[in-house]
Ligand binder design. Structure first.
Ligand SMILES: [Zn+2]
Length: 263
């Protein structure tokens, strides 16, 4: 049996898959990818995201608004997210977060929309999927502010590229950290350093496809089956064998996403 593969963050509704989405999903299955979570970036896209999850037993989904589009979601309330997020195939709230690299939405708008997501994740007891870029201190403060509100949130820091200090603050609050194909990039020593330091029971992997194609497939469109290369890079970095390592990553995945049925 080949090692288990799970892609914890895919964007299957993306237009780059419009022509061949079912073939992309079939290729993932053929490569051994047993579970995928397809991510909502805008509420207007949620029906399409949910439809993909509803049509495929092995695909789950999230509901939320990416921080890039926070300015278009100022009316989005926790109540709306709770209503949409009740569906059993919805296992995550997000992706939400802070992105000061692109700054497509005002920072205050990003904070406001993040807080609505956090409240919904808490109410539903579903995983808060967080995107954070060049906002380490503000994100650490937000997470600590949320932690004071009650029971611990189930937190996933997706496609982690931020600093060691934020990683430590998040892990202290129980967060899991997800690493993408960036880990295979030549110039990503900082990300590899975090991946080396993260406790082994808090790590999962993802592609974030169609973005971030891992080495050695640069120049091609990224697909979920490329999670094999991401996982291999992480296991090599941590000195883990394929069987032992893939079982560990799968176990971590099902702990941070308890709503996903095991194969
Ligand atoms: Zn993201």
């Amino acid at each position: 049996m080949s090692a288990m593969l799970i892609d914890s963050h895919v964007n299957l509704h993306h237009q780059s898959y419009a022509e061949d989405r079912e073939a992309v999903i079939a290729r993932a299955r053929d490569a051994g990818v047993s579970r995928m979570i397809t991510i909502c970036d805008k509420i207007e896209n949620f029906p399409q995201v949910l439809a993909i999850a509803e049509a495929h037993a092995d695909i789950y989904a999230s509901v939320g608004a990416h921080p890039h589009y926070a300015k278009d979601h100022l009316e989005l309330t926790a109540e709306t997210l709770i209503e949409l997020g009740r569906h059993p195939k919805i296992v995550g709230i997000g992706e939400t977060g802070l992105d000061q690299h692109y700054g497509f939405s005002p920072f205050e708008d990003q904070m406001q929309v993040f807080r609505a997501h956090a409240a919904a994740a808490r109410a539903l007891d579903k995983t808060l999927i967080i995107h954070t870029r060049e906002a380490d201190e503000a994100m650490g403060d937000l997470l600590e502010e949320e932690a004071k509100k009650g029971d611990p949130l189930r937190i996933l820091m997706h496609c982690y590229t931020s600093g060691a200090d934020l990683a430590r603050r998040a892990i202290k609050l129980g967060a899991f950290i997800s690493f993408s194909g960036i880990m295979t990039f030549k110039n990503a020593n900082d990300v590899r350093a975090i991946a080396l330091e993260t406790p082994l029971d808090r790590i999962i992997v993802e592609t974030d496809c169609p973005y971030l194609t891992p080495v050695p497939h640069r120049g091609q469109r990224c697909e979920p089956h490329h999670v094999a290369d991401v996982q291999a890079a992480l296991l090599k970095l941590r000195g883990l064998g394929e069987e032992e390592g893939s079982a560990l990553l799968a176990e971590n995945f099902f702990r941070i996403f308890p709503g996903v049925a095991r194969p």
